[in-house]
Design a protein around this ligand. Structure first.
Ligand SMILES: [Zn+2]
Length: 443
């Protein structure tokens, strides 16, 4: 009883201590870096803590006004060197309350802005980043770097069959090897992807041989993959656990990989492609590489999460899910902060029933079909820039109703559910008139 009370007291005082810290600890600006490039300027505010902020713009003259909550006025912006032709001046203004600061960024013209916070990454702490882009300039370096030469290109999906060669992966009770299960499912997935116009599949391995976990994402990078899918089978010390799960790179690992990459100069040119040779000065190159990587990391983590949700919803139709939400992990094969990557644990090879299933070709096909359906669903909704699917999505199909045609007949012909046809054409009934022009949505 005494102990319970004592523990309670300690817990209460810790809670109070934490509460008081979060109320009174104030954030403060530790520095400002201004990075100009021909048509963009990036402002990076270094902060003691993650910022809570809002912003708005004012015109005549053009200004961007930033309010950061619970922050002290501690840093002198007049000392910051500024070579940007887009930013005239950075200064404080009257804050909206005593606990916050207001920073005014005076701009030379109307600019597009993108504002986001970045978590600590060595050597930096918490940051608030403002990217200012001159919309009048035809091309910013990033856009050039991201564009690919071909239009209507294939969406590249790199399929990675886990383990192989001297690495069997997990071994089931009936002595099935994970490496064989993963290759069986991966090959089926490859066939499905290859059959789909606009998609291209690349395998990290096509037979029973060993590839190191680090080499696998490199293959994806070499092929400019839009997606990296690693196929595995789970195992546990007891036979009970069962079901599939989908894993994505954790934000923490992504950040540490990002930091590690930035330390290796040869990686900068790899990331920047041909542009690295054009950028003569090293500071600029590092800035561009970091900006690019920050952006693509954001994109790839979001894509990975979205995609894993789609894959989970499809997998759930053919198998029990061990985990119903995407799992974030620091796994050797998920180390690409720049390429959307997911790892699918298709089931537990250590569970006798699932081991049997995983060796069954019909079941492997079912798994491959559902992973494929999830991937397809994702890229139909958000096709990557420049892909055939992106240009198909832009083209709107129409149909002029002829005599004898009904809504159900057209739905069947275009393989679109009647409900979608009605929604796309804002129809309340199933009646169509001859000569009526209908929009046919893409499914
Ligand atoms: Zn594995």
């Amino acid at each position: 009883m005494f102990w319970v009370q004592k523990v309670k007291n300690i817990v209460t005082s810790i809670v109070l201590l934490v509460l008081s810290f979060s109320v009174f600890a104030q954030n403060h600006v530790e520095g400002l870096r201004i990075w100009p490039s021909p048509s963009t300027t990036r402002l990076v505010f270094d902060l003691a803590d993650s910022p809570k902020y809002t912003y708005f713009t004012l015109s005549k003259p053009e200004r961007l006004v930033l309010d950061i909550e619970n922050t002290k006025k501690s840093f002198d912006f007049s000392k910051v060197s500024n070579d940007s032709n887009l930013v005239k001046k950075v200064r404080y203004s009257t804050a909206k309350d005593k606990q916050s600061i207001r920073v005014v960024i005076e701009l030379s013209k109307k600019l597009e802005q993108s504002i986001f916070a970045l978590p600590p990454t060595e050597p930096y702490g918490d940051r608030l980043v403002i990217d200012l882009t001159d919309g009048d300039e035809p091309s910013s370096p990033q856009i050039v770097l991201n564009s690919r030469s071909t239009t209507d290109r294939d969406i590249v999906i790199v399929i990675d069959a886990g383990h192989g060669g001297e690495d069997p992966g997990s071994i089931g009770r009936a002595k099935s090897y994970e490496k064989n299960v993963t290759l069986g499912i991966a090959k089926r997935l490859q066939t499905l992807i290859q059959q789909e116009p606009g998609l291209k599949a690349v395998m990290t391995r096509t037979g029973d041989y060993y590839i190191s976990p680090n080499k696998r994402p490199e293959i994806a990078r070499k092929h400019k993959a839009d997606l990296f899918v690693s196929v595995h089978a789970d195992a546990f010390i007891t036979p009970q656990p069962s079901g599939a799960s989908v894993w994505v790179l954790s934000m923490k690992r992504a950040n540490s990989e990002l930091g590690r990459w930035m330390e290796r100069t040869e990686r900068h040119s790899e990331l920047l492609g041909g542009a690295a040779e054009v950028i003569q000065d090293t500071a600029n190159e590092r800035y561009l590489a970091e900006a690019l990587l920050d952006m693509s990391m954001d994109h790839s983590l979001t894509t990975s999460y979205d995609l894993s949700r789609d894959v989970i919803s499809q997998l759930g139709r053919v198998t029990k899910m061990h985990k119903k939400t995407p799992q974030a992990a620091s796994l050797a094969v998920l180390t690409s902060p720049d390429i959307p990557s997911i790892l699918v644990e298709t089931g537990f090879i250590s569970n006798p029933r699932e081991e049997k299933n995983l060796n069954w070709s019909t079941y492997r096909q079912k798994l491959a079909v559902s992973i494929f359906a999830g991937i397809k669903q994702h890229f139909r909704d958000s096709p990557p820039d420049g892909s055939l699917w992106a240009s198909q999505k832009r083209q709107i199909r129409t149909h002029k109703v002829r005599s004898g045609e009904s809504l159900s007949l057209l739905a069947q012909r275009y393989n679109v559910p009647i409900s979608q046809l009605k929604r796309a054409n804002k129809m309340n009934s199933d009646v169509v008139k001859i000569g009526q022009v209908l929009t046919i949505p893409r499914t």
